[in-house]
Write a protein that binds this ligand. Structure first.
Ligand SMILES: [Zn+2]
Length: 344
């Protein structure tokens, strides 16, 4: 269920794009969140590196999550420069901070501690930027009287922001102090084909492969911290990197880590493919596989489960009321299989 109805007065695509542009403009922080320097213009930072997105774009275009979610007035397709971007840090920080992992050679090796910290830091920046924008949208919705339960949403937001800031400092510390042994890598795998999907995101998984709880995503007590896993898929020039890792302090993932150690590569990829569609929206798909995704109704259904409450898998009251059988990882198209690779 969408979190709120699209306001009647913004029923055209152009209007909603203008609305979002305005939101973006109004929510730019005064200072760069990383270096603290005052900024008038912010970098158009890519959450999934540009060098990754270009490998699956067709005529410079990519499908966004809305290709599957299908909210009528929101774009399904966008250019690379508008895909998964955020405006939250200064150009200087953007150009310096992600160099180690945004590197074709480095990605093919076992990742360094610094690379993992860079990835994790960027995941958090994207979340903070999104939450900041959502906060503004709630405020506007409240003013116009089109949003209900704004207080609840704002409370969730505040808790999120506090946790995200705490995590931001954790990863900054790894980068600036060069500390080691911070992360646990569940997988970092080079696969020999160019998969048609790119993503880089964090997820607070609610349960492991045996259905045992990892995060209780309904527990809103301030003392409860959601623990995140970082996962990503990077299609490169003639191979792809698929990864999942977590910070050592997030011990709730230890059981899942063990479960995945005992899984075949195929099953691991199936699971990561499932997480992407079920719990995230920061993924980009090559238009080349349009036919495959167009006919997979279960994949669309899975993508919509998260619609309106991105990234954390919260469920709305309507979802409780109309609860259907849960879609399983094996029931949706696994875009990480070689048969769906982008032909080069
Ligand atoms: Zn900066």
């Amino acid at each position: 269920m969408p979190m709120f109805d699209i306001p009647k007065e913004i029923d055209e695509k152009k209007d909603i794009n203008d609305f979002m542009r305005k939101i973006q403009e109004e929510t730019k922080p005064e200072k760069c969140i990383l270096c603290g320097k005052e900024q008038t213009s912010f970098c158009n930072s890519h959450s999934v590196p540009k060098m990754v997105l270009k490998n699956i774009a067709k005529a410079g275009k990519l499908y966004h999550a809305n290709k599957l979610i299908e909210i009528p007035v929101i774009d399904k397709e966008k250019g690379i420069s508008n895909s998964g971007t955020f405006h939250f840090i200064c150009r200087d920080c953007d150009s310096k901070l992600f160099q180690e992992y945004e590197n074709v050679d480095a990605l093919q090796e076992i990742p360094t501690e610094k690379m993992l910290a860079e990835i994790a830091l960027k995941d958090i920046l994207l979340m903070l930027s999104k939450r900041n924008q959502e906060k503004r949208i709630y405020q506007k919705g409240k003013q116009k009287g089109i949003l209900q339960n704004v207080e609840v949403m704002e409370e969730i937001q505040q808790l999120d922001n506090k946790d995200y800031m705490d995590e931001l400092n954790l990863y900054k510390d790894v980068l600036y102090k060069n500390s080691c042994n911070n992360f646990k890598i569940i997988m970092w795998k080079k696969i020999p084909c160019v998969v048609p999907i790119a993503t880089q995101t964090l997820v607070a998984l609610p349960k492991d492969t045996e259905g045992i709880e990892i995060n209780n995503i309904y527990d809103m007590r301030p003392e409860v911290r959601m623990q995140n896993i970082h996962t990503g898929v990077f299609p490169m020039n003639d191979y792809s990197i698929v990864y999942a890792f977590y910070h050592r302090r997030d011990r709730l993932y230890r059981r899942l880590h063990h479960q995945m150690n005992c899984m075949s590569l195929e099953k691991k990829l199936e699971l990561i493919n499932y997480w992407i569609f079920k719990y995230t929206e920061n993924y980009y798909i090559s238009p080349e596989i349009q036919i495959v995704i167009d006919k997979d109704d279960k994949l669309k259904e899975l993508s919509r489960e998260n619609n309106g409450m991105p990234n954390l898998g919260y469920v709305t009251t309507m979802d409780f009321l109309f609860h259907k059988d849960e879609i399983k990882p094996s029931e949706v198209t696994n875009l990480l299989r070689e048969m769906y690779a982008v032909k080069k």
